[in-house]
Ligand binder design. Sequence first.
Ligand SMILES: [Zn+2]
Length: 384
Amino acid sequence: MNSAFRIATLFGIPIKIHWTFVLLLLWVVYVSQTGMEAWNWGLLARTGLLVATLFVCVILHELGHALTARRYGIRTRNILLLPIGGLAVLDRLPEKPMQELLVALAGPLVNFALALIFLPILLILQPYGLTELAYALMHPERSNVFLDFQASAIERFLFFMVMINLFVGAFNLLPVFPMDGGRILRALLSIGLTRLQATRIAVFIGQACVVGFIGYTFYTEGTVNWATLLIGVFVFFSAGWEYRAIRDESFLERYKVGDVYRGLFTKLYEGDSLALALECLKRGPERNFLVFDEWQNLKGALSEQGTLNGLTQPDAPRLRVADLMTHVPEVLLPTDELKKAVNLLQKEAHPILPVYENDRLVGVLDAQGVDHFLNVQKYLTSPT
Ligand SMILES: [Zn+2]
């Protein structure tokens, strides 16, 4: 991932910053210097420190997700920091509702725990009574005036930490899929429903909340609130994307390799020229081919990309299929789960896999064939 670079590694998990973070830094400079007559270093440093602290809390929040997921054997590829917040990129999503529930809850719980740690320190240090503090907590919009009046820098910082953690924790608990609250909702719904049904309902509730909220801010403010709109667009796209991924996955679970494999396929031979392979690619519907020797033994596979890469080589006219093919380490059985086959095709990047029944080659399976099959099935089967 070139759009993000690593700033640290915690618990073996790389912490990465997305390049758009630069926008946030520019915003910090803009906000701290607006209305100033001269360059105000002190204010810039303070604003920067607050944003940095906020992102430390966000990292701790994501570590809450990541370390809980680790307990269930799910690896976290990295924690990605975007200007709008953090994202723990898990290798896979927990499928058991209880695990998903705990993984989703862990993030906000970290923020509430942080708030609970800072609150007593603030109570001990600050000169006001509990009533004033409670007032400030309940009226954050007025608390600036209230706390700026006498509070020291440390007290204001502690107050900020309590408030921001309560806010981050509560904000993430909004039932808007794919935020934590939406995931918790889906996990709870999955107890009585299928995962796909639960996702559909959670996505719908989340989108309804977003539309309602955008409508509400428009109604009260009279204009479009761009921040809300941006989050709304993000929610709509990411929820839709995850819903489709889960729908495809639930489709896959219903089928075996035997339902999908292609019985008719073109064989290429080790000695065939690149020109012949290209001809097969251009004229037929197939993109990936199995390669055999002259005694009909399976020797490898030639992908579409492999053929096209061959064309760019200087000795292209002399190239044989054997020079371009890749090894085929896996064979499938018609009784294999389709999900397993798709994992091999996608994650291990095999272009095409042979399907054997009683030691006899009966067909092939490639990503194109799976896509085609799923497309057709989506029209034939009403999703449940
Ligand atoms: Zn979270």
